[in-house]
Ligand binder design. Structure first.
Ligand code: NDP
Length: 264
């Protein structure tokens, strides 16, 4: 059997840890697979590029998750619901689409004893994770700097607010779902708002990984436990690997090899 080929599509994509994570798991578990990265400028070319490269599967990162959704022949129920795909598997010439970001995030925060959650940001990542948290019984409030993206959250029954209209309450977890702090030193919301909610929170979480963002630094100054996006990244990768290998390996087995990517 020919070597199985996989890739991550994104723009930018050079920073991605996914090739290292998946190649470590292929090697450790004795799977004849190889995982690379592909800088894709035009999301509409995703499907054609996937087949040209002869891939068995792929992950998709910013800004192509909606294009990945459109590129699939078959969508699993959750990907269908949230309109974003970050994992594609080819089976008999058809592309099957999944969203593993959201279950990865759900697992990452399950370490905390939490019920009420405040999301800072209302982008694609917030959309998928808010839906799965709601299904799991969390109470999620969405706070965003502008009103536009809040409309659809409100229609789905979430409590929403812009910075101007926000009435701070107690939240168990405060989560940065924006890219504020990724390539700059900005906070995801005005400092006065953060200082009104962080002190009573049990913990603060960021989806950005590999650095301590200004948001996490501020949270730590209040003595709060913090968590960056590394576990989310690891867990979404493990769940994607389960799909890539048709659930041939268990979660912990994959984790054992894949997590080495975070210590190399
Ligand atoms: P974006 O990064 O495009 O962010 C969109 C949302 O964030 C919008 O609500 C936007 O507000 C708000 N926003 C963006 N910048 C700022 C800012 N400087 N201040 C305040 N609000 C801001 O969304 P994505 O959902 O694509 O990604 C969010 C983050 O999640 C990224 O940093 C990404 O790297 C990370 N991520 C991490 C993963 C992991 O495995 N750890 C997996 C997937 C994503 P507005 O509506 O007003 O424009």
């Amino acid at each position: 059997m020919a070597k199985l080929l996989f890739a991550i599509f994104g723009n930018p994509v050079s920073h991605s840890k996914s090739p290292l994570m998946h190649n470590l798991a292929f090697k450790g578990l004795g799977v004849d697979g190889c995982y690379g990265r592909y800088h894709l400028e035009e999301g509409r070319q995703l499907r054609e590029t996937f087949f040209q490269l002869g891939l068995k599967g792929a992950n998709i990162t910013v800004p192509h998750k909606e294009h990945a959704y459109a590129a699939c022949d078959v969508l699993d129920g959750f990907a269908q619901k949230v309109g974003a795909v970050n994992t594609i598997v080819e089976r008999e010439g058809k592309l099957y689409g999944y969203n593993t970001d959201a279950p990865g995030f759900l697992k990452a925060i399950s370490a905390f004893d939490a019920q009420k959650v405040l999301f800072l940001g209302a982008g694609g990542t917030a959309r998928a994770t808010a839906a799965i948290l709601k299904e799991a019984g969390y109470e999620v409030t969405i706070l965003n700097r502008s009103a536009g993206r809040l409309e659809s959250f409100e229609k789905e029954g979430f409590a929403v607010a812009t910075f101007e209209a926000f009435d701070p309450q107690h939240y168990d977890l405060i989560i940065n779902m924006t890219s504020a702090g990724l390539e700059d030193d900005t906070l995801p919301a005005p400092k006065e708002i953060l200082e009104a909610v962080i002190p009573s929170a049990k913990a603060c979480v960021d989806v950005i990984y590999g650095k301590e963002t200004p948001f996490l630094k501020l949270s730590r100054r209040y003595g709060k436990p913090t968590k960056d996006g590394s576990d989310m990244l690891l867990y979404q990768g493990i769940i994607a690997f389960e799909y890539f290998t048709d659930r041939h390996f268990g979660f912990e087995e994959i984790e054992h090899h894949m997590k080495k990517a975070f210590t190399l």
